[in-house]
Ligand binder design. Structure first.
Ligand SMILES: Nc1ncnc2c1ncn2[C@@H]1O[C@H](COP(=O)(O)OP(=O)(O)OP(=O)(O)O)[C@@H](O)[C@H]1O
Length: 291
């Protein structure tokens, strides 16, 4: 999927600006950003629920907006299953079978049984966890090439969360689909995603491959009794300070930055494991505005 300079303005407010990305089959792409950054709007544009103000989304070079039949290959799972609550499992299965030509009934009922969901149960009577699992089963049973998930584990207990994460990992491996997940759960994305897209005020500010992340960034804990030296301040981002203990994020030329810090002869120096959350704070923190 090619996303080309996608922009969306609603009521004169720019929600997304010039978003360009490629989404690849067999990969999980994590979409992160603070509240109101535009994640849900982007997912809604990718599935064609919303029309862009400018730009395009293409599958094999064809615009999904000009070729609506392509939307059969893209499924969006919203963070709420409210729309399904009046239906029974078997009614939804028939409905989806009519909409999605490759809908796999056998797989659908296999998964329904695997997760012990009732065949003719009313969705509205399901627990939150059952609804979330059902929505995923439905999405993957369409055999669509692109599955877009908005906060798939929001508000679920730890056991259901684990089942959902496992389900997603297995489904990506088995069906070679592309999955895009918008989530605030950075620890989960760290475990699931191949790459991470950061959105800030409707603009893609970073696109990381999780594999290369550890080579591009370093997190260090350093003790400076006399305060943070200017040379260190210049080449690092301060993540946290407690008294004389500084936790810093280094980015770019890690070798020379590490050398610059060591040259100031800190009282103590230690490298810490880097978490996606550190990058989120360093890149997207800084102001407290919530859009
Ligand atoms: N239909 C609409 N009319 C007006 N403003 C909208 C509309 N849809 C979205 N917005 C605004 O667009 C911005 C982005 O919203 P969006 O829901 O895409 O963000 P998000 O990153 O998914 O946020 P969250 O993490 O809180 O779910 C917000 O400021 C929101 O108020």
């Amino acid at each position: 999927m090619q996303i080309e300079q996608l922009s969306k303005t609603i009521h004169q407010k720019k929600i997304l600006t010039d978003v360009s990305l490629t989404i690849e089959p067999g990969k999980v792409t994590g979409l992160v950003g603070r509240n109101g950054a535009g994640k849900t709007t982007l997912l809604r544009l990718l599935v064609g629920i919303l029309q862009p103000t400018a730009g395009d989304v293409k599958l094999d070079g064809k615009s999904i907006y000009q070729h609506p039949e392509l939307k059969q290959d893209i499924v969006f799972v919203p963070d709420s299953t409210e729309a399904l609550k009046g239906y029974r499992v078997n009614e939804i299965e028939k409905l989806y079978g009519d909409i999605y030509p490759r809908f796999d009934r056998v797989l659908f009922y296999e998964l329904i049984d695997k997760f012990s969901l009732p065949h003719n149960g009313r969705i509205g009577a399901f627990s939150k966890g059952m609804k979330a699992l059902f929505a995923l089963i439905l999405a993957f049973s369409t055999k669509a090439a692109y599955i877009l998930l908005d906060e798939p584990t929001d508000g679920l207990d730890v056991i259901v969360k684990k089942r959902i994460l496992q389900f997603i990992i297995e489904a990506v491996a088995d069906f070679h689909v592309a999955v895009v997940i918008s989530s605030h759960r950075l620890d989960e994305l760290e475990f699931l995603a191949d790459s991470i897209i950061m959105l800030k005020d409707g603009v893609v500010t970073e696109h990381y491959s999780l594999e290369s992340l550890k080579e591009s960034y370093k997190k260090v804990q350093v003790v400076f009794p006399e305060g943070l030296p200017a040379s260190v301040k210049e080449c690092s981002v301060l993540l946290q300070q407690t008294g004389k203990v500084y936790i810093l994020l280094l980015e770019g030329d890690l070798a020379s930055q590490t050398a610059a810090i060591r040259a100031t002869e800190p009282l103590y120096y230690e490298e810490l494991p880097l978490a996606l959350e550190d990058l989120f704070v360093a890149k997207l923190g800084g102001d407290d505005f919530v859009g």
